[in-house]
Every structure is written in C-alpha cells, then in structure tokens.
Design a protein around this ligand. Sequence first.
Ligand code: GDP
Ligand code: MN
Length: 385
Amino acid sequence: MSAIMRLAEVDGKVLLRRHGIALPRGVLLQAGETPPSDTLSWPGFLLKAQILEGGRGKRGLVRRFATAADFRAVRRLIVATLDDADTPLLLEEAVDIAREIFVAVRIDGTQQRLELLIAPQGGENVEQSVKLSRVPIEDPASARPEVIYSAIATLFPAELAARLARFTARLPDIARREDLELLEINPLALTQDGGLVACDAKIITDDSAAFRHDANEFAVSRALAERAMTALERSARGLGFQLVETPGNVVLVTSGAGLAMMMMDLLADHGLRAATFMDNQRGAPDETMTERLTIARGLAARPNIKAIVFQTVIASRSLAERVDALTAWINAEPLPKPLFVGLAAGHAAARKMSTDEAITKLRALGVAAFTDPVALVKAVAQAVG
Ligand code: GDP
Ligand code: MN
C-alpha cells in the first residue's frame, strides 16, 4: 500500500505533539464510544469529525458545547451530517480563544524551497483574509525569528509578533524532519492567558519519503484513505500500481510520480486538467503498462473525458516492445476518445527502434505522437480545449 498524503487532524496533532507544540487536551472516540470520565471536568468541549477534508466547521462537523451531558445530542447532529457513520470523532477541551491566527509552512513548488505563511486572521474565513505574509525559508534547519519578525511586524502588536516569530521559526525544521509538503495550523489560538495553542492541524506528507517513516503510524488517516478509495483506485492497486482519480478531463497514463506531476502541471498550464495520477507501487512489478492502459480505456469512456495522454520515458527497456504493446492495445478495439502519445527514449532503449521510427509507426495508425511533451500538450489543448 502506498503512503497516505493527507493526515486526519488527530494524526496531525500526534505529529505536532512530538515536536512540543501546545495542543488542547483531546481523546479519539470510535463510533459509539462514550467519553472517558476524566474528560468530565474539562471547561468546555469540541466534538470534531475526523475526515480527510477541510471546511468541517462550516459543514457542522465541528461543534462546541458547554456541558458533558450534551455529548450525545451533539454527536447525533454530527453523525447525521456524515457520509459514513463510522467516522471517528475527536473530543477536545474547548480553548478560550482571544484571537485566531493562521500559520503554515509549505513547499514552494516553483522555488523548491520552504515558505512560511502567516495571516493575522485565522479561522474559517482565512481565504478571505487579504493580509498574508510570505517568508521564504532559505535554511529550514534554522529559520531566523528576526527575519520572520520583520515580515509580520505590521500585522500584529509587537509582543505577539515576537512570540509568533519564535513559534513559527520552529515549523520549517519540523516540516523538513517529517518530510511534509504542508504543515498548516488554522486556527493557531492566542489564548486569553497569552499562550499559543494549535486548535487544528492540516498536514500533508510527502509520499516519496514514506520509506523514512514508520509505515504503521497514523492509523486513523490510513483507514480513512482506504475507505475513501474509489473502486477503480482499488482495482489499480490490485493490478500493481497506484491510481488517484482527480477532477479533470484528460486521462493521463504515466509511470513515476515525477513525470506524472510534470505532465499534470503542463496540462494545467494549457487549461486542461488531468483526471488521473498514476505512480509506481512500492514492491510491485515495475512493468504495469498493459494494466494502466486497460484502466485508461475504461475511464476514457466516461462522458466528461475528452482525451487520453500516454507519456513514457524509457531508459533501458526496449522502446520497440513498448510500441508493440501500445499498438496491440490501440488495435484491440476502437478508443472512446482521441489518444496522444509522448515518447522519450534513452540510447539503450532505442537500439531496436528509434524514437523517430516509433513516431512514424504510431502516426501511421492515426495516433498523434510526439517527442516533445509541450508540443503534445499544445496539440491536446487545440483538439479538445
Ligand atoms: P475546519 O473547519 O475543518 O478547519 O476545522 P477546525 O478544527 O479549524 O474548526 C473549525 C472552527 O472551530 C475553527 O476555525 C475555530 O473557529 C473553531 N474552534 C476550533 N477549536 C476551537 C476551540 O478549542 N475553541 C474555540 N472557541 N473555537 C474552536
Ligand atoms: Mn481549521
């Protein structure tokens, strides 16, 4: 099984806790479980559905209540709103929030470095907050509080800005050590007595670094991701590769996450969106082209799909064999949508058949074939965009 990407709040908080970030007291309750007695003395409560999507507050999936006696009624309201009644719930002590702040560290994709984001108004409407400070992190092992302070000094009173600068200076190192794509705390609560408490956690781990981490941790997130898998994603896993369905109109067949992401970005640059993300599965057979193509044909029959893009980069396996397999698949039965093929082959791969010969052969079959991925995506955009 591949690594999960997004962590449920409760798992995100486990990660934050081991790095010394202050959190509200909390206890995870499975469906039907009642709160342990030591929670009865908490000053107030929040009950929070553990799902892998955000915006829970607005959907009524995060609810605050004053007395422990209200637990059952509040749980009933939440469960009625959930798609899956077995979703675990996090019961937390309510924090007395004086001010909600937004902080996040994320990988700045274009620069390939971390950046810190800090907004003076956190909470549910943070996307409407116009004031957002972005601080590039040159050295994630030692983000300097002075640099952060000067970036946020106009957004907060001086003392709070200084405290926040020290708090957020720790986050890039956590993201680096845990291999995170995103570490977002919203709201970070400034409490009535001046503390900073992480009331929510949105954490996305970098899949490709999963081998560095314990495969059994974050069990709640794993179980949720497993239950949220589509039938097609499940069958892809059975066939030996990872498939993620995404809302888009181009079925993208690739092997390897890096190539897939590059193609997804290229498509997006041309106003197209990929409907699939494919990656190799750790420990699986490395040749799953036929299986990928079978899934692609099925997906392409859907009315919203406009094209199929097959992009491959071959280092040492035979290009000729791959073109043969592709040709057999094309000839097997008519394709539901136009196919665009991109080929790149290293010297060893092109021994039996050169890239130009492969292109000629595919074009003779009426397939749009390219060596340049940009030309390919431009052709897709022209045909279906
Ligand atoms: P999200 O909507 O999925 O991001 O879920 P959150 O965990 O952020 O909860 C939604 C909202 O509930 C937050 O934006 C806060 O405004 C509020 N909230 C969360 N925890 C607490 C708390 O401990 N005390 C108070 N007063 N409000 C909270
Ligand atoms: Mn939140």
